[in-house]
Design a protein around this ligand. Structure first.
Ligand SMILES: *[C@@H]1O[C@H](CO)[C@@H](O)[C@H](O)[C@H]1NC(C)=O
Ligand SMILES: *[C@@H]1O[C@H](CO)[C@@H](O)[C@H](O)[C@H]1NC(C)=O
Ligand SMILES: *[C@@H]1O[C@H](CO)[C@@H](O)[C@H](O)[C@H]1NC(C)=O
Ligand SMILES: *[C@@H]1O[C@H](CO)[C@@H](O)[C@H](O)[C@H]1NC(C)=O
Ligand SMILES: *[C@@H]1O[C@H](CO)[C@@H](O)[C@H](O)[C@H]1NC(C)=O
Ligand SMILES: *[C@@H]1O[C@H](CO)[C@@H](O)[C@H](O)[C@H]1NC(C)=O
Ligand SMILES: *[C@@H]1O[C@H](CO)[C@@H](O)[C@H](O)[C@H]1NC(C)=O
Ligand SMILES: *[C@@H]1O[C@H](CO)[C@@H](O)[C@H](O)[C@H]1NC(C)=O
Ligand SMILES: *[C@@H]1O[C@H](CO)[C@@H](O)[C@H](O)[C@H]1NC(C)=O
Ligand SMILES: *[C@@H]1O[C@H](CO)[C@@H](O)[C@H](O)[C@H]1NC(C)=O
Length: 813
């Protein structure tokens, strides 16, 4: 009896266990949970649901990812705003039937949040499509599904659009940064305006990209019928508006993702390269950026980047327009003579204007549409609403025509733009219209080319005359024609973009000789002004060292400022050391490689500080400024902030403090004192990052650990330095060598610049195993409170400007 009673609970547990076992692995039933050591796997093993921890295991997200791909690419994330620690996470079915993600003490981090659940016996199932569904156990109804709540990715079968019956919008929101899945600035959604559909990407509340207008066949030249590994469709009916794609082959892994920089990318996992392949991207070029040309103009990429006004319109600000500032757009030269004396000019091959102020009639003929537009003096353009079945319906645009571009895939549909009859010319539509069009097009092309050549000539002249511009030969490297770079980068196609930062963008290019180049195109509002550009060009042109990236040339034209470097196939160091926990690039960096990168960087700095004919302070050493060649040798880049010193000069004070938060030595950040020792400090930070795989900026002010430097110091003091080592370093680790590197890193980041050794000694300490190393003193690391009010932080690549008493400002040479 006794035995029976005491064993009863066990019987119960075993029973429950049996129930759990007999359930399929794709289903979660009440009393079960998904924790860090188990997952749900869909029936054909295509998708997996579990915890995803991109940076460290204290910040994890409930996610779904492709199960048959080695890397973990999350396609859905639940608790984007509220990450939790992996070990305390648990997904379960709450007593009210909702799906909830809780921690050990029961705090709810995410919930499916279905109100008024009628049934309690709900179960959750991960379907083979990647959809997580909450079922009503009795009726078999879907109570909730993850496909209704997309995060940043659309996969096959998911809808992007609106349910007009319920008002539900299914849209995509970018991540905040490449490593932070919390909702970022960009949102990609469908709009339905008076029954007309278009897709739009928002950056906050302003436009960033727009697809063009759905005409029953295509979406502004996006060519949904393009030959791609997926079948795309757009459905507009009284109940729903949505875009969706299906994979042509069920063994392909395709996703449409909105990345943190506002690009919508179709990516396909490629088994051969074990990486994602870009199928297509929007916006695909500058003309894809919303309203790039300002109102009443056409953006055209056929001949470099150029905006032109609609006929009858002139640039709103001619001066700006001449120096390629397009955003002011165009305005009417002379008002329309409405209600009599106006006509329309038909233009083919355009993405139609944004649906800002339109009027739509679904049955009207094109002729009636024309008459309607002619009758309303505010009507500036019209076209058919739908091109299927010979065309029907009418869209009228009022006021400015915004965000129009030429399309590479020219459809038949025309936009009829209002002009004065006198601006129309005498040409009449006839059978030879096509030929005439062709002639006009070629004339336009030649005209545009000539316009370009003339512009370039006149610009060059202007620049040579102005005294702020230096003659080319002085800069030490050749100047490139802008047109050459347009061609090399396929018009700065976003497909070729390899990097982005506060300064602008970097594109991969290929010269007609086949040589690969990296083209750094500085943004207009970049902090790197003409002064810094010239500085960088002159500096690097003189520098030759295997640890420094080689400058091949530059280009300055109008507003364009461009630097051309040798192309580094492996990108920058940060993309290696800061990869996620599952990142193969990070795992590839075995200790020997990391060590040789550390010493390579030190040699590059040594050359800058001592061995070149000049004394050069880099001022902005950081992981993203170290590039890796094909053998993963480091090359220091980005000399925009560098300053040259007389050889006998040891330190200087500068009025303008530029650099990156976290990497800046305290005396530099606070008092503007710059010396070789401030570079040594940044190098020390880099060493600690390379060893730990942690970003200096990733430490948030938790207790005393407000910086990687502080964290390393704490571990050092407590004799636990080895805990700093990146857990992803594979292979055997020569622990003494790593500890020596940590010690050297700490010696570099000491508070007082005079305590830090010069880089030559640092290099010796790194390279000789029996060098006697001093004990590091307290490091200098800055907490926010050290800064006063005239300090400002900018964007995520935080740069600092700081006004101090003007010291001994050194401006190069
Ligand atoms: C669940 O997964 C385990 C191990 O992965 C496997 O042995 C078992 O057969 C699976 N059960 C079902 C019902 O698929
Ligand atoms: C999962 O972790 C829990 C809690 O640590 C433990 O009790 C359980 O045995 C683990 N299950 C497996 C399959 O490892
Ligand atoms: C659960 O989360 C709450 C809120 O963040 C927190 O206060 C609590 O300490 C957490 N419990 C555990 C065990 O981490
Ligand atoms: C909740 O569900 C009940 C029964 O299904 C229904 O009668 C009631 O209207 C619902 N309440 C709300 C607020 O939806
Ligand atoms: C995106 O979807 C969310 C949730 O349905 C909704 O609140 C938001 O308004 C939508 N955004 C846009 C731009 O449609
Ligand atoms: C792909 O899988 C879906 C669902 O499993 C199936 O309906 C479809 O027929 C498959 N398509 C191909 C081409 O195999
Ligand atoms: C043209 O510029 C003026 C002044 O800058 C501005 O007020 C006006 O709105 C602009 N017109 C257009 C069409 O952008
Ligand atoms: C649309 O146009 C047709 C034909 O011109 C007209 O009969 C109808 O009233 C219009 N519909 C609306 C909603 O204006
Ligand atoms: C034209 O637009 C102006 C200002 O937007 C408005 O005041 C006027 O009533 C409009 N005229 C017509 C015919 O709609
Ligand atoms: C849209 O155009 C109409 C007709 O010209 C005009 O009356 C109205 O003010 C405009 N509305 C907006 C929001 O611009």
């Amino acid at each position: 009896m006794m035995i029976l009673l005491t064993s009863l609970p066990y019987v119960f547990v075993v029973l429950l266990y049996c129930i759990a076992i007999s359930m399929a692995n794709d289903t979660l039933v009440p009393l079960q949970s998904v924790t860090y050591n188990n997952t749900l796997v869909s029936s054909q093993s295509r998708f997996k649901l579990g915890m995803y921890c991109p940076v460290d295991i204290t910040k994890c997200y409930l996610s779904i990812w492709f199960n048959q791909v080695p890397q973990r690419y999350p396609v859905w994330i639940a608790n984007r705003d509220r990450p939790l620690s992996e070990t305390s996470s648990s997904l379960a079915i709450a007593s009210d039937g909702n799906l909830v993600l809780v921690n050990e003490t029961g705090t709810v981090f995410w919930s499916s949040n279905v109100r008024n659940l009628s049934s309690r016996g709900t179960v959750a199932q991960l379907l083979d499509t990647g959809n997580l569904v909450l079922w009503d156990n009795k009726g078999g109804n879907r109570l909730w599904e993850s496909f209704d709540h997309p995060s940043h990715v659309l996969i096959a079968g998911m809808k992007l659009g609106m349910d007009l019956r319920t008002g539900m919008s299914r849209n995509l929101t970018s991540w905040r940064t490449s490593e932070d899945p919390s909702p970022g600035e960009y949102n990609f959604a469908f709009q339905l305006i008076q029954g007309v559909a278009q897709a739009k990407m928002w950056k906050g509340s302003s436009g960033h990209f727009r697809s063009g207008v759905w005409n029953g066949e295509d979406l502004g030249g996006l060519n949904l019928k393009a030959d791609l590994p997926m079948i795309q469709e757009l459905v507009v009916n009284p109940e729903e508006v949505y875009y969706r794609f299906q994979n042509k082959d069920n063994s392909s892994w395709i996703m449409l993702s909105v990345d943190y920089s506002g690009q919508g990318r179709f990516l396909q996992y490629d088994h051969n390269s074990n990486d994602l392949r870009l199928l297509r991207a929007v916006p695909q070029d500058d003309c894809g950026l919303y309203e790039f040309c300002g109102p009443n103009s056409i953006c055209s990429i056929s001949e470099g980047r150029v905006c032109s006004c609609f006929d009858g319109y002139t640039p709103n600000n001619t001066k700006d327009w001449d120096i390629r500032i397009w955003s002011g757009g165009c305005a009417r030269k002379t008002p329309f003579s409405c209600p009599h004396g106006d006509g329309f000019k038909a233009i083919q091959g355009l993405k139609f204007p944004d649906l800002l102020n339109i009027s739509v009639n679904s049955s009207m003929s094109l002729d009636a549409c024309r008459a309607e537009c002619l009758n309303n003096c505010n009507c500036t353009a019209y076209t058919n609403k739908d091109v299927t079945d010979g065309g029907h319906g009418c869209i009228l645009w009022f006021g400015d025509l915004v965000d129009v571009r030429t399309l590479s895939e020219v459809g038949n549909q025309k936009l009829y733009v209002r002009v004065l009859a006198s601006e129309l010319g005498t040409k009449k539509k006839n059978k030879t219209a096509l030929i005439v069009l062709a002639i006009i097009a070629s004339v336009l092309l030649i005209g545009a080319a000539m316009f370009f050549i003339c512009k370039r000539r006149s610009h060059r002249k202007g620049e040579e005359q102005s005294n702020y511009f230096r003659a080319e030969e002085d800069l030490g490297v050749p100047s490139f024609e802008f047109a050459t770079l347009v061609k090399a980068t396929e018009n700065f196609s976003l497909m070729n973009k390899i990097g982005e930062g506060g300064f602008g963008s970097v594109f991969k290019g290929s010269l007609s000789t086949g040589q690969e180049i990296a083209v750094k195109r500085l943004s207009k509002d970049s902090l790197q002004g003409l002064e810094e550009l010239k500085n960088e060009v002159m500096l690097i042109a003189k520098l030759q060292h295997r640890s420094l990236v080689k400058l091949l040339g530059y280009s300055i034209q109008g507003e364009e400022r461009i630097l051309i470097y040798e192309y580094m196939r492996n990108g920058s160091l940060d993309s290696y050391i800061f990869g996620g926990l599952n990142d193969h690039k990070r795992q590839m960096l075995i200790w020997e490689k990391r060590f040789s990168i550390i010493t390579g960087i030190a040699r590059g700095i040594l050359y800058l500080h001592q061995d070149s004919r000049l004394r050069i302070i880099h001022r902005d050493l950081k992981a993203s400024n170290v590039l890796l060649d094909c053998e993963l040798n480091p090359k220091i880049s980005d000399f925009g902030m560098a300053r040259m010193f007389r050889e006998d000069q040891l330190a200087a004070r500068t009025r303008r403090v530029v650099g990156t938060y976290g990497y800046m030595a305290p005396e530099y950040a606070i008092r503007g004192v710059v010396s070789t020792k401030s570079d040594v400090y940044s190098f020390g930070v880099l060493v600690l990052e390379i060893i730990s795989g942690k970003r200096i900026s990733h430490f948030h002010r938790q207790e005393n650990d407000f910086s990687l430097v502080g964290h390393a110091w704490d571990l050092w003091l407590n004799g636990k330095a080895s805990e700093l080592i990146d857990p992803l370093i594979e292979g055997s680790i020569p622990i003494a060598e790593v500890i020596r590197c940590i010690q050297v890193g700490l010696l570099c980041v000491q508070q007082r610049p005079e305590d830090r050794s010069p880089i030559s000694s640092i290099l010796r300490m790194l390279e000789s195993e029996d060098a006697l190393l001093p004990q590091p003193k307290r490091p200098g690391f800055h907490a926010e409170k050290w800064f006063n009010n005239d300090t400002e932080y900018l964007s995520d690549e935080i740069r600092l400007t700081h006004s101090e008493e003007a010291g001994n400002l050194i401006q190069g040479r």
